[in-house]
Design a protein around this ligand. Structure first.
Ligand SMILES: [Fe+2]
Length: 344
């Protein structure tokens, strides 16, 4: 099973220093992103999710660290933040903690000590969660698990489909520079995209052997709008419902339920549409085998500008060059892990 490596953003304008620190943190079980300017750091904080942020307080002689810290607290409220400072220890401790950092280290920083400090802070944060303090991202994880389990109960062959779709949507969304709050809503939409299926009048044909009749197909086509409606009307869910409702719309206007086309479909909706089809094609169903990667790529190419937005498709194909073989095999692995026997 894939284990989650804590993602650390390391910010300092001294390139050689952070490259060395990054390499050492890499050996300590962290995934590390390096960044040399406050501007680049702000962009990363808005677009990616980090478990920890380690930053210098001074960039190129200007004290940009304080602004960066405020930005960090806003964009990544759950992250552990460690400041690196050249100032005398006591002053630095007071100002760092006052300004919301989890901890601080005086320069020159020993990467081994830094790694141990970040691991310890992350463990303590986990304990806080255990004591009842839930971060928003953890709540999303918990609720997502519940929704995914509910959908998979009526269609066990989709085990892991929601979670995989969520993961790939986030990666693809990050490539488009979507903001954090949009990414979170896209992830929720990805998990819940087939939620409407559990409200269909007849659930039997979801696992039916063989193709659907035209009547059954019409019934299944109700699920995007049903899902969007049944998710509720909480203001935070407005965009989530939109993406769920859009996930079977197509770029050329031939999708359902509203036959939206091109920019009438939101960008997250178009991202979800591409990703969801990929994961469905790589899943064995009662009426079809798993598609191998070359056949899937051929299908996507043929659908450029038809089912899919060419821009979204190109970014996704670039991801498949790296992850294609792993992602195409993932549904079978998840079905086996869930103890579900593939149909047929
Ligand atoms: Fe669907």
């Amino acid at each position: 099973m894939e284990t989650h490596k804590p993602h650390v953003l390391l910010i300092d304008d001294e390139r050689a220093t952070i490259e060395l620190m990054g390499a050492v943190l890499g050996t300590q079980g962290f995934q590390v992103t390096l960044c040399h300017t406050a501007r680049e750091a702000c962009h990363l904080l808005d677009t990616l999710r980090f478990d920890a942020v380690v930053t210098d307080v001074v960039f190129e002689g200007r004290a940009e660290g304080a602004d960066l810290l405020a930005r960090c607290r806003e964009a990544q409220p759950d992250a552990v933040v460690v400041l690196m400072t050249g100032y005398p220890a006591v002053d630095a401790a007071v100002s760092a903690i006052k300004s919301g950092a989890t901890d601080y280290l005086q320069k020159p920083v020993d990467p081994i000590v830094l790694g141990a400090m970040v691991h310890k802070s992350l463990r303590e944060r986990q304990l806080d969660v255990g004591r009842g303090r839930l971060a928003f991202s953890e709540m999303v994880d918990i609720v997502s698990g519940m929704v995914a389990n509910t959908i998979e109960r009526v269609d066990p062959y989709t085990a892991g489909h929601g979670e995989r779709t969520r993961r790939y949507c986030r990666i693809l969304g990050e490539r488009f520079g979507l903001e954090q709050h949009t990414l979170e809503r896209l992830e929720l939409g990805a998990i819940a995209h087939d939620y409407g299926k559990i409200y269909l009048d007849d659930l039997g044909f979801l696992t039916k052997q063989g193709p659907l009749t035209p009547e059954e197909y019409r019934e299944v086509q109700r699920h995007p709008e049903l899902g969007a409606r049944m998710l509720g009307d909480h203001p935070h869910l407005e965009d989530v419902c939109k993406y769920v409702a859009e996930h079977h719309e197509k770029w050329d206007g031939s999708g359902y339920p509203r036959r939206l086309r091109e920019d009438e479909i939101s960008l997250p909706g178009r991202i979800l549409g591409v990703v969801e089809v990929f994961d469905s094609l790589s899943t064995k169903r009662s009426y079809k085998d798993v598609w191998e990667l070359p056949k899937t790529l051929q299908f996507f190419e043929a659908q450029r500008g038809r089912a899919f937005d060419p821009r979204v498709l190109d970014e996704f194909l670039a991801l498949l060059e790296v992850h294609g073989e792993e992602w195409i095999a993932a549904p079978q692995r998840d079905l086996e892990a869930a103890g579900v026997r593939p149909p047929g």
